[in-house]
Write a protein that binds this ligand. Structure first.
Ligand code: PLP
Length: 393
């Protein structure tokens, strides 16, 4: 049966029939704790009643009309998101890569309107921005790019969390229009920059007239304990992209902008057939209401601190741990060795975890997770990591 699918994913040998909250049930009726939440998508967990209700009600009335017409729910969602983010306008797409494509096109048009014929966007090493040709080029991972050349022009790569490198590039180039960064790198290994990195970037962007574009596709929608991770600082970006947690699993992406940047894309310059359709907007509105009404930002902060403390206790003085880091419910445990064997071991024990950048265990549990379950997750994971490391140390 699987032979009919293109072989693009290394899938684990399990498939799920249903879920509830932070738990998933496989087709044999076995229960698993979902500590990855569909890769930071199901922030409200599975089958959240408010999201289910919103989707069912909307599907019973209207799923799609296209952007040939006004869409009331899209306008309402736009208002909610721009208010939460301190932005002026939003464009809706259907995925993270598409949200970033919109940001990249916006930056290029913004440059052309200012007489920069060959604009370039600064991007970081170890970044992840998607799998379309332009977002793949923006992504700082040579392995992901190999075989897809020719790549797209107009990107300049600098080390992440390195302001000096940016200053050096700025000296030699007059065609830079924007900086595109994740406030906290996800796929790259849950890499947290210095606390003043974003504000230093903001200052350089102001100095040179560049747009500060933050990719909050993984970090947004409460994941780190704020609506958007850049809100841990007082920095206001010019462009921000969202996707993963935005509609709790209904495909949706968004590119928000403020000021001049928000006025760049005009009629006919960009579009999407599905983008911002009534179904996805209804789901996203329910997500925002729920995060708001259930105090899930505070909960992500407290649960994140609790899980991190529990992990630190479990792994205290264990040789082979490089770091335990992250923000809110986006946590990484970096090992000195390949951490990938842990995924299958945790699965066998009934816990869904993820490993990124080969050596970093990544945890992205739902914001609605039960504290006791997270305590147990730390215990199970602590044990698995200790035994993996004792085999190599
Ligand atoms: C997942 C992700 C993307 C790509 O999103 P898709 O919906 O898979 O296209 C882009 N940027 C970041 C930071 C991501 O985590």
């Amino acid at each position: 049966m699987l032979e009919s699918l293109m072989n693009t994913y290394a899938r684990l040998p399990v498939s799920f029939s249903h879920g509830e909250g932070a738990w998933l049930w496989d087709c044999q009726g076995r229960r698993y704790f979902d500590a990855i939440a569909g890769i930071a998508v199901c922030g409200l967990g599975h089958a959240h009643p408010a999201v289910t209700r919103a989707i069912c009600e909307q599907a019973g009335r209207l799923i799609h009309t296209s952007n040939l017409y006004q869409i009331e729910a899209q306008a309402r969602l736009g208002q909610r998101l721009t208010a939460l983010a301190g932005m002026d306008r939003v464009f809706f797409a259907n995925s993270g890569a598409e949200a970033n494509e919109a940001a990249i096109k916006l930056a290029r048009l913004y440059a052309h309107q200012r007489g920069i014929a060959q604009p370039a966007i600064l991007v970081a090493e170890h970044s992840f921005h998607g799998r379309t040709l332009a977002t793949l080029t923006a992504t700082g991972n040579r392995k992901a790019q190999a075989g897809f050349e020719p790549l797209v022009q107009g990107f300049v790569r600098v080390p992440f969390n390195d302001i000096e490198a940016i200053d050096k590039v700025a000296v030699n180039r007059t065609n830079i229009v924007a900086v595109l960064v994740e406030p906290l790198q996800g796929e790259g290994g849950v890499i947290v920059p210095a606390p003043d990195y974003l504000s230093a970037l903001r200052q350089r962007c102001d100095q040179h007239g560049w747009l500060l574009m933050v990719d909050e596709i993984q970090t947004g929608m409460g994941r780190t304990g704020r609506w958007f991770a850049h809100q841990h600082s007082d920095v206001q970006p010019d462009v921000m992209t969202l996707a993963k947690g935005l509609a709790n699993g209904v495909p949706m992406g968004a590119c928000l902008a403020r000021g001049e940047a928000a006025l760049t894309l005009g009629p006919g310059t960009h579009g999407s057939t599905f983008g911002g359709n009534p179904l996805a907007c209804a789901a996203a509105l329910a997500v925002i209401d729920t995060i708001d009404q259930s105090g899930l930002l505070e909960q992500a902060t407290t649960l994140g601190e609790m899980l991190r403390t529990a992990l630190a206790q479990e792994l205290d003085e264990v040789a082979g741990i490089v770091a335990i880091r992250g923000q809110g419910l986006m946590l990484g445990i970096e090992l000195e060795c390949d951490a990938r064997p842990l995924v299958a071991e945790a699965l066998q024990a009934g816990w869904l975890i993820n490993v990124t950048a080969e050596r970093v265990v990544r945890l992205l549990p739902p914001l609605i997770a039960d504290p006791a379950d997270l305590q147990q997750l730390a215990q199970v994971l602590g044990q698995l990591i200790r035994s993996l490391l004792s085999a190599t140390h």
